[in-house]
Design a protein around this ligand. Structure first.
Ligand code: B4P
Length: 190
């Protein structure tokens, strides 16, 4: 099984590239951002709770996110593998993911970290905000708050995966196709 963590700050291209990896390797794409937005749209109790946090550009609680991941994993255990997009985002989430996989005699194969300058991140998100209807992409203060959350709570996971010898940094600047090729090249040599 190929289990990929696609990592990077908001706007780095995780969701964009996850679709390409899913297609090429036949993986199940798990985006916690998409799953949370589905909960918000359905106006579930969990969704209403998550919405308050997401519109401030903060991270939703580990308990909620880990609960969502658990059921997604259990339902797809016979697949070719998973792409984790936007998850894990904290050390507690990374440990929970390792434990969940270990319980099924599985492990993360590689962590691909997209590296993009802050100016480019802000520009991409503001551009998406013009059409996506995502309120967290339409306000520069919320975008900056998401980047701060990433710098404080999430970027530390680079060291977590370095210690496990799974981290690979990838230049996330340039056109989408070129970046996809960089990712394929790293996965193909595992
Ligand atoms: P996410 O949905 O994960 O959103 P994101 O970080 O903005 O990345 P996304 O994958 O959507 O964007 P991409 O870079 O592909 O999270 C949203 C919120 O949900 C979080 O702020 C948080 O509140 C909550 N959340 C999610 N997961 C959580 C977790 N595990 N724990 C706690 N809270 C969680 O693309 C951005 C734009 O750039 C697109 O328009 C794309 O077309 C464009 N783009 C991509 N690559 C490009 C390129 N090479 N050149 C030009 N444009 C490019």
């Amino acid at each position: 099984m190929l289990n990929v963590v696609l990592f990077g700050p908001p706007g780095a291209g995780k969701g964009t590239q996850a679709k390409k990896l899913k297609e090429r390797y036949g993986l199940i794409h798990i985006s916690t951002g998409d799953l949370l937005r589905e909960e918000v749209s359905s106006r579930s109790k969990l969704g209403l709770e998550a919405q308050k946090i997401m519109t401030q550009g903060k991270l939703v609680s580990d308990k909620i996110v880990i609960g969502i991941i658990k059921s997604k994993l259990h339902n797809n255990m016979s697949s070719n593998g998973f792409i984790f997009d936007g998850f894990p985002r904290t050390e507690a989430q990374a440990i929970a993911l390792d434990n969940l996989l270990e319980d099924n005699k599985l492990a993360i194969s590689i962590m691909l970290s997209l590296e993009v300058s802050e100016n480019e991140l802000i520009q991409r998100l503001l551009d998406r905000g013009k059409n996506s209807g995502r309120s967290d992409d339409q306000n520069i203060d919320i975008i900056k708050s998401r980047i701060v959350e990433y710098n404080i709570k999430t970027s530390i996971l680079i060291d977590y995966y370095k210690k496990e010898s799974k981290y690979k940094g990838v230049n996330g600047m340039g056109d989408i196709k070129t970046i996809t090729e960089r990712l394929f090249n790293l996965i193909d040599i595992i």
